[in-house]
Design a protein around this ligand. Structure first.
Ligand code: NAP
Length: 315
């Protein structure tokens, strides 16, 4: 396993973080708890030392499953969870999280989305309070714009930022990513496989499952069609390196300056095992650049006024 610096925490995090959204069951279909637990065990065995969950993943169910699977291996793993941005609810949300996760301190607690109702300084102020009380070690944010990041760092030390980022979703390239590099903030990239598109799963909308992905902007018919030539080219590059498409998609993301790690979702151990092959090798600089440019062309067609699934925290 490769490890990278987690902001200014003095702690190293594995280049691959296990995403636990799926294990919360809500928004996904056919998730089986025993497979979730087996995948978490496989991640720990492989040296993955951070699991990303949230109260929003099945109303805390994902947090419960993660804690159940980790059991007495708590010392091997950093718990990263998330709360909503409403500062008035943060004190009770962290207490529920601590209870569900069976621990007295969450390593990384992230604001899942900025609140549409409260200024960022109030949300981060509430996070700083629970940090002072010893309930969380580090503060992180997710889905924050550059302006919101600036306001957050003016209120407290922010160690991590969790944005959507993959070959096609490049919203952060010109603002949040350089800001995090300059401020020594770790960037934890979510949906690095575009929820399966970059694993070669979807050739047309008919292949898209009737779950959260039916709402994905990347999987809408016109955009999906535009993505396919780049997906195919990346698969060709992967094959030339003796690798698979998802492995190349992860290697591409991990080579982007400022990206600390990829948070990857895996429903079962076999997916996780394959994805681990995305670590420890690189595309050539020419291949990296070619994929980067091709992905940007698609990204320019996307509407970033709401998230990947068209949900806006302002509504
Ligand atoms: N902060 C936020 O707002 C936010 C938003 C989204 C995600 N996240 C975090 O980031 C994590 C990852 O994001 P994500 O789950 O949205 O997207 P992702 O990691 O890009 O995709 C995960 C999905 O891709 C498929 N997959 C994974 N490995 C595969 C393989 N080797 N071969 C074939 N298919 C494979 C699986 O689909 P099937 O289930 O169909 O098998 C899996 O559910 C989440 O679990 C969560 O922790 C955070």
């Amino acid at each position: 396993m490769e490890y990278r610096k987690l902001g200014q925490t003095g702690v190293d995090v594995s280049a691959m973080v296990l995403g636990a959204w799926q294990y919360g069951q809500a928004y996904w279909k056919g998730i089986d708890d025993s497979e979730s637990v087996a995948t978490i065990h496989a991640a720990l065995d492989a040296g993955i030392n951070m699991i990303d969950t949230a109260v929003g993943y099945g109303d805390g169910y994902s947090e419960t499953i993660v804690a159940r699977a980790v059991g007495n291996r708590r010392g091997d793993v950093l718990f990263a969870s998330k709360c909503w941005g409403d500062p008035t609810t943060i004190p009770q949300t962290i207490d529920g999280c601590l209870q569900r996760m069976g621990t007295d301190c969450i390593d990384l607690y992230q604001v899942h989305y900025p609140s549409p109702r409260y200024p960022v300084c109030e949300t981060i102020g509430a996070m700083a309070e629970i940090q002072k009380a010893g309930k969380i070690r580090w503060i992180g944010v997710s889905n924050f714009s550059l302006e919101q990041m600036r306001e957050a760092v003016a209120t407290a030390r922010i160690e991590t930022c969790q944005p959507p980022f993959n070959v096609f979703w490049r919203q952060i390239d010109d603002d949040v990513l350089p800001f995090c590099r300059e401020n020594d903030i770790a960037v934890l990239a979510y949906s690095p496989l575009a929820q399966g598109l970059l694993a070669g799963r979807f050739r047309s909308v008919a292949d898209v499952p009737d779950d959260i992905r039916a709402r994905s902007k990347l999987l809408a018919p016109d955009i999906l069609e535009r993505c396919l030539p780049t997906v195919d080219r990346l698969a060709q590059i992967a094959a030339a390196h003796g690798k698979s498409l998802p492995q190349a998609a992860l290697a591409w993301a991990l080579a982007v300056p400022g990206i600390t790690c990829t948070i990857v979702g895996a429903r079962r151990p076999s997916q996780l095992q394959e994805n681990l092959g995305g670590i420890g090798w690189s595309l050539t600089p020419e291949e990296q650049e070619e994929i980067s440019e091709a992905g940007l062309e698609v990204s320019r067609l996307l509407d970033f006024s709401s998230n990947m699934w068209g949900w806006s925290p302002a509504t």
